[in-house]
Write a protein that binds this ligand. Sequence first.
Ligand code: SF4
Length: 340
Amino acid sequence: MNPFMPDLVYFEPDALSYPLGQELHRKFSKLGTPIEMTRSHNRITGLPGSSELEKYRIAKRTLVVGVRKTLKFDTSKPSAEYAIPLATGCMGHCHYCYLQTTLGNRPYIRVYVNLDEIFAQAEKYIKERAPEITRFEASCTSDPVGIEHLTGSLKKTIEFMATQPLAQLRFVTKFAHVDSLLDADHRGHTRFRFSVNADYVVKQFEPATSPLADRIEAAKKVSKAGFPLGFIIAPIMIFDGWEEQYEALLRQLAEALPPGRQELTFELITHRYTATAKRLIEERYPKTKLEMNEEERKKKWGRYGRVKYVYQDEQMNAIKEKLPRWIASYFPEAVISYIT
Ligand code: SF4
């Protein structure tokens, strides 16, 4: 799978006063990519496409280069204290992706060029929490590795965090294009996580992302480069043969990664959805095989009275019993950060 190249790029005029904005403008002009200007990276109007579905697909191939004005970082539980905003949106087409609902009708990919201002804000948060460590998550609203070959922002963020004794960075990716990050001066402050899943889930529900085997190859390289490594298995799904496939996944990871390496983390998230997500998924991926049958699910009330459909207790217990057992047997040294 080739790294992502947008079909159309928008620039905010202010973005052109930053070095990264200028660099991206030069790059896309040279490549002959159509370039438009926009007053705000939050309001892109007039994207081509004759139906909602076509507009959605085109938006996911559209890059918007802007200045991040809101410098108040969102919180990011449970994996970090704050979300560091480097980008919003993703070129992947994972049917279950939570960005379907969080980005609403703005699925285009926004990248922010005012990195120094974003880092200055991160430094404020670090100082506020000192002497506690502050963890920043870079993949709350995007997959930052998927666009790294265009912006180089993630490498700069890794190197910024390396200079901060009380800061840690983490992100997760489904893309295997990691080579430009391998020589980053990370000083162990960045945990590089890969999102992996059973073969069935990757093949059915994760179009436009790197194949599983490539992600595992990339994880090997990242581990060799000395980054603390982690895997997120999400969403964990129940389907015919799920037990064999998840165990096979862990076996495959264990065969690929050298034993006795530094502490490895696993984060495990079972599949869940809301009624809004279901509606959007069915609109955008009408042929999806994603199982979203409320009658087979248990209701769980979240914040603001929102209902999520999770697996029934019996299925949930099976997942919570089996996955940790397989992880313990293939990776005795690993830590399960959470399972939900
Ligand atoms: Fe969403 Fe991640 Fe898939 Fe991108 S790669 S569509 S962020 S789940």
